[in-house]
Design a protein around this ligand. Structure first.
Ligand SMILES: Cc1cc2nc3c(=O)[nH]c(=O)nc-3n(C[C@H](O)[C@H](O)[C@H](O)COP(=O)(O)OP(=O)(O)OC[C@H]3O[C@@H](n4cnc5c(N)ncnc54)[C@H](O)[C@@H]3O)c2cc1C
Ligand code: FES
Length: 380
């Protein structure tokens, strides 16, 4: 693993989005930060499935308890130095917030992924990870509804695992429906634990479908998540709160099915793990758009550089052409790592999930989403 640089000046997130109220009260004398950033130590590594590992992270300080609390469904932003470039990524916390001594991140090795391969292949017990958070609004702690439908595919099960573990530990009285799609039975992340929980908790109902079960003795569902699977598993589906997390295409298809089944969109919450496109390895390495630069002028005041934006280009993409060095992670508006302050002008943002009211009042924008509507200046 590449050495981490605590002195690195760029923070993981300029101003992480406000976390909802923490579920648990601190149980140690150590201060518990709302917007924490610092280092965590890898305490143990568990192989979950081929290509997926859970990293159990402990306080680096030697304290017994973590320096932050979180709400089930939140994530951490982590940063690594790989090949001389600083790279930020987000990982949902898969453990329950009742476990105050550690936090689990469960990471899938993407065959060509820069950071996930680094984590899964190279991280060892004892290594330090630079992290910030917890952040995210894809949360559920049992107070928001009297039942919950969790629909996940692949590694999208991680926030659902935290929510399920927490609700069961709390003896929550509502029904929990977990509908999960994986490729092969061997790819069912947390499969043994979920089967064991299901046996002893009648309120937890699980339906798992494998798209490639051939050659195994799999007795669960086959194929992808369908409308039939949803309605057979969840009575009165249209009246329930639903959370979806998985690959973009699965999420899109599931949303469409829920709409056809009469579920009001306001009852559905989603978490996207990112766009399906390679992210640039480092500032300045983005492919140059071929479109002419005829749009509004963007001034990066800290770097004293200005350029006109190209058609459909985001402030982040232009900043990469100019080697401005705006930190980023998800590139889909979720993580908040690319927040920058806009001091003049106006932008349109398709997704602004990670901006809260304070951010908006203070002129903070998401560089990965921002498309200038007029000449703008940003502090970057
Ligand atoms: C809120 C949030 C929570 C998340 N939680 C989790 C989690 O719990 N567990 C988890 O595993 N992930 C999670 N992710 C995803 C994670 O942040 C990373 O995006 C993921 O690990 C891939 O990062 P990477 O650097 O390995 O891939 P990148 O290098 O960023 O590549 C992104 C994708 O493009 C593909 N790709 C890369 N280069 C090429 C190329 N040249 N040609 C074609 N394809 C290419 C990669 O295979 C990968 O699928 C989460 C993301 C968000 C936003
Ligand atoms: S990079 Fe995640 S919100 Fe912009």
């Amino acid at each position: 693993m590449s050495p981490l640089s605590p002195q690195e000046k760029a923070p993981l997130a300029a101003d992480p989005q406000a976390a909802p109220a923490a579920v648990l009260q601190p149980t140690s004398a150590s201060p518990v930060a709302a917007n924490w950033r610092g280092f965590l130590r890898v305490g143990s590594i568990i192989t979950e499935t081929p290509g997926v590992k859970t990293f159990r992270l402990l306080p680096s300080s030697g304290d017994r308890f973590l320096p932050f609390t979180f709400v089930p469904g939140q994530f951490l932003n982590v940063a690594f130095w790989i090949g001389g470039a600083r790279m930020n990524r987000s990982y949902s916390i898969s453990s329950s917030p009742t476990k105050r001594e550690y936090v689990d991140l469960t990471v899938k090795r993407e065959p060509r992924g820069a950071v996930s391969r680094h984590i899964v292949d190279l991280l060892r017990v004892g290594d330090l990870i630079e992290a910030a958070g917890p952040v995210g609004k894809f949360t559920f702690d049992g107070t928001e509804a009297d039942s919950i439908v969790l629909i996940a595919a692949g590694v999208g099960i991680t926030p659902m695992a935290s929510i399920t573990r927490y609700l069961i530990e709390q003896g929550w009285g509502g029904d929990i429906f977990l509908i999960y799609a994986c490729r092969t039975p061997a790819d069912f992340i947390f499969g043994d634990e979920i089967a064991a929980l299901q046996r002893v908790h009648p309120k937890l109902r699980v339906a798992v479908t494998a798209s490639k079960p051939e050659g195994t003795d799999w007795k669960g569902g086959r194929g992808r998540i369908t409308k039939e699977l949803l309605t057979q598993t969840v009575p009165d589906l249209a009246s329930r709160r639903i959370h979806i997390c998985g690959p973009p295409l699965m999420m899109e298809a599931t949303r469409a099915m829920l709409t056809e089944l009469g579920v009001p969109p306001g009852q559905v919450k989603t978490e996207s793990f990112g766009a399906i496109k390679p992210s640039p390895a480092a500032a300045g390495t983005a492919l140059k758009a071929t479109a002419p630069a005829t749009g509004p002028m963007v001034t990066f005041s800290t770097n004293r550089k200005s350029a006109r934006i190209k058609v459909d280009q985001t402030v982040l993409e232009l900043s990469e052409e100019l080697s401005i060095g705006i930190a980023n992670s998800c590139r889909v508006g979720t993580c908040g790592v690319c927040k920058v302050k806009m001091t003049s002008g106006e932008v349109a943002m398709e997704v602004e999930d990670s901006l809260d009211a304070d951010d908006k009042a203070n002129g903070i924008i998401l560089a990965c989403q921002a498309k200038p509507k007029s000449d703008i200046a940003v502090e970057a």
